[in-house]
Ligand binder design. Structure first.
Ligand code: ADP
Ligand code: ADP
Length: 227
C-alpha cells in the first residue's frame, strides 16, 4: 500500500485558475519523493494540500489508506518543514522541538525529554537546547525545524525548499544530514526543491510539475542523465 495516494487532484482558485490540474501520484512507504518544476507550477500548493493547509477542489488524497480530504492538518499525522523555519521565537530550542509532543496529551515529561534528546543528538543540537532561535545561525535554525519534524512518529515528512535560505556550504552539509536522517528513520518524505543536486542526492524518484500538470515521474538518473 502506498503511504500517500493522490487521485486526480485539482486545485482551482477563485478566479477559475487551476494551480494543480488532475495530478495522480503514488508515493511508496519509505520513499523519498522530490517535487520539482518552475516557479508557479504548483509545487507548494500540492504540498499544502497533502498537509491540509489548502482545500482540495476535487480528487482524493489518501494517507496511510485513509481518505483525508476533510481531515484537519493535525489529524493527518504529518510533519512539515518550511522554508522560513517557522520557529517560535519566545521558546527555547528544547521547547521548539518538544512542541508537537506537548500537543499530544498524556506523554510523560521523561518521555518528552528523551525524545527531544534523541532528535537533538541526531541533529547536533545538544549544546544549544536552552538558547532562543534569535541566537542561532541559519543552519542551526533549520536543524531545530527538522528536530521538531522528527521528534514524533509520523506518516510522512514534507519539506518545502528547506535549504534555500542557506549558503552553499551549509546546504551541502544539511543535504548529507537529511539523507542520513531519512535512511535511519525510513520515513516517507516529499521534498520540494529547485536544486538539482538535492534532487539527485536525496530522491528515490522525482516528480516534475509544469503549469499544474504532472509531466513526468522518474528516477533522478533517468531524469538528469538522459542525453
Ligand atoms: P510553486 O510552489 O511551484 O512556485 P505555487 O503552488 O506557489 O507554485 O503556485 C502555483 C500557482 O498558483 C501560481 O501561479 C500562483 O500564482 C497560484 N496561486 C498560489 N496561491 C494562490 C492563491 N491563494 N490564489 C490564487 N492563485 C494562487
Ligand atoms: P514561494 O515562491 O515561496 O512558493 P509564493 O510567492 O508562491 O511563495 O506564495 C507565497 C504565498 O502567497 C502563498 O501562501 C501563496 O498561496 C500566496 N499566493 C501566491 N500566488 C498568489 C496569487 N496569485 N494570489 C493570491 N495569493 C497568492
Amino acid at each position: 500500500m502506498a503511504a500517500i495516494e493522490m487521485r486526480n487532484i485539482v486545485k482551482e482558485y477563485g478566479d477559475g485558475f487551476k494551480a494543480v490540474n488532475d495530478v495522480s501520484l503514488d508515493i511508496a512507504d519509505g520513499e523519498f519523493m522530490i517535487l520539482v518544476g518552475p516557479s508557479g507550477c504548483g509545487k507548494s500548493t500540492l504540498l499544502r494540500m497533502i498537509v491540509g493547509l489548502e482545500d482540495i477542489t476535487s480528487g482524493d488524497m489518501v494517507i496511510g489508506g485513509n481518505r483525508v480530504n476533510e481531515k484537519a492538518p493535525r489529524d493527518r499525522n504529518l510533519s512539515m518543514v518550511f522554508q522560513n523555519y517557522a520557529l517560535y521565537p519566545h521558546l527555547t530550542v528544547f521547547e521548539n522541538i518538544a512542541f508537537p509532543l506537548r500537543l499530544q496529551k498524556g506523554l510523560a515529561e521523561e518521555d518528552i525529554r528523551r525524545r527531544v534528546q534523541d532528535a537533538a543528538d541526531m541533529l547536533e543540537l545538544n549544546e544549544h537546547l536552552e538558547r532562543k532561535p534569535a541566537n542561532l545561525s541559519g543552519g542551526q535554525r533549520q536543524r531545530v525545524a527538522m528536530g521538531r519534524a522528527i521528534v514524533r512518529e509520523v506518516n510522512a515528512f514534507l519539506f518545502d525548499e528547506p535549504l534555500s535560505n542557506l549558503d552553499a556550504k551549509l546546504r551541502g552539509q544539511m543535504r548529507t544530514e537529511i539523507s542520513r536522517m531519512q535512511r535511519r528513520l525510513g520515513t516517507t518524505t516529499v521534498y520540494v526543491t529547485h536544486d538539482q543536486t538535492e534532487a539527485m542526492t536525496l530522491g528515490d524518484r522525482v516528480a516534475v510539475l509544469r503549469r499544474g500538470f504532472l509531466q513526468q515521474v522518474a528516477s533522478p538518473r533517468e531524469l538528469y542523465e538522459q542525453p
